[in-house]
Design a protein around this ligand. Structure first.
Ligand SMILES: Cc1ncc(COP(=O)(O)O)c(C=O)c1O
Length: 391
């Protein structure tokens, strides 16, 4: 089976540096908030071009810290896409607040700015006060923060960028990190910039909010360790993970270039077969995933099965929209419904994507997809049993 994400090739490239960095931590023994944590925060802030980077224990905790900094109160509402990973929406109910699910654009898979008003209207009708928007840069492409920011400003809302997947991307030449007041990312190992465990960060230019988040990640501490001036949590980045990130950040820009090349090759190979990912004119993507749209009515499970039989793994991000997941079904959904979201959940398929994917392997992916699609079409026409159609 070819790897879906190839962390081994990346590790081989930087293994010496990782070993050296980890040995340094073992030698000094400052496992919590060691010097590597402050050092990686400085490097990441410089990379993103922000005044502050507040590292933390995961992308989910980054979102919670950001919401605490925004002062989100129980019962208040936050607009969020339904076509996303659970964490984007989950953090609201964790704080007693209400996710209000909005529609996405069929091409970019990100929040459709033209439909934000529908989410606002639904919430107002239901008596929920909307205070902010969490936009998600799905699969690596930032959302349209020009339009989202304008909508937010008109309606007195704050904006958080959930850039767990899109760190490294840009919008109109501005890097992710600067596209919203607060930007959250994840260093989960499979993310474009990942560590070897859980990790995350929030980026901001706001001194006061940065201070709140630094306090909240250590139990709401004040100036000294055992002075607690607000309710917080344990949400620090481990020193070991900071040491890993230091080695990975060295090659991040090069890896982004490689991912772009992989995406371009896929587009050339697959463009006639399926709908390949489309970037907005203003966007560059970190290509966290390469997600195609299968033809309407295609049998996705069957296609994935045939590809697997050809040693090509695939994944579905995401098969069920958040507003249809049992714990979220009672939360408001934007007026007019989420047909685009439902259609995407039925048709998307993610292909292997990582910086070390070369043309011959991509040819293998393309050939497997072509076979699977032909097979699926034949199955559809003949009504032959799947076993016969795929043999
Ligand atoms: C869009 C999005 N938001 C948030 C998260 C949460 O990140 P973590 O797994 O580090 O908590 C993820 C992780 O997969 C994600 O894809």
């Amino acid at each position: 089976m070819i790897p879906f994400i190839d962390l081994a090739s990346q590790q081989a490239r930087i293994r010496e540096r990782i070993d050296h960095n980890l040995a340094t931590v073992l030698d000094h023994g400052a496992y919590i908030m060691g010097p590597e944590v402050l050092a990686i925060e400085a490097r990441l802030a410089e990379y993103a071009g922000t005044r502050h980077c507040i590292s933390c224990s995961s992308g989910t905790d980054a979102l919670i810290l950001a919401l605490l900094a925004q002062g989100l109160r129980p019962g208040q509402g936050v607009i969020v896409p339904s076509f996303t990973f659970a964490a984007s929406a989950e953090v609201m109910p964790v704080l007693g607040a209400v996710p209000v699910f909005a529609e996405v654009d069929p091409q970019t898979f990100n929040l459709d700015p033209a439909r934000l008003g529908d989410a606002l209207a639904t919430a107002r009708d239901g008596g929920v006060e909307i205070v902010g928007i969490i936009g998600v840069g799905l699969f690596g492409q930032p959302a349209d923060y020009t339009a989202i920011g304008a909508f937010a400003a008109e309606n007195g809302l704050w904006v958080i960028d959930d850039a767990a997947q899109s760190f490294g991307g840009s919008w109109n030449g501005t890097p992710v990190g600067q596209l919203a007041e607060l930007t959250c990312t994840s260093f989960f190992p499979a993310k474009p910039l990942g560590c070897y465990g859980d990790g995350g960060a929030v980026f901001t230019d706001d001194d006061e909010k940065a201070e709140i988040m630094r306090s909240c990640r250590i139990h709401g501490m004040g100036r000294t360790r055992y002075e607690n001036i607000r309710i917080g949590m344990t949400a620090r980045l481990d020193t070991m993970q900071a040491a890993v990130l230091d080695a990975k950040l060295d090659i991040f820009a090069d890896e982004l270039t490689r991912r772009q090349q992989v995406a371009e090759r896929y587009a050339a190979m697959l463009g006639n077969l399926v709908e390949t990912p489309r970037l907005a004119a203003a966007a560059t993507s970190s290509w966290a995933q390469y997600t195609i749209k299968l033809p309407e009515g295609a049998d996705r499970d069957h296609i994935a099965g045939v590809m697997k039989a050809h040693d090509v793994p695939t994944a579905v991000y995401y098969p069920v929209p958040m507003h249809e997941q049992p714990p979220y079904r009672h939360f408001p959904v934007a007026d007019g419904g989420l047909d685009v979201t439902s259609d995407l959940c039925a048709r998307v398929l993610a292909l292997p994507m990582h910086p070390y994917l070369d043309a011959p392997v991509q040819e293998q992916v393309a050939a497997a997809l072509a076979t699977a699609l032909g097979d699926s079409a034949a199955y559809g026409k003949s009504g032959a049993p799947r076993e016969i159609a795929s043999s």
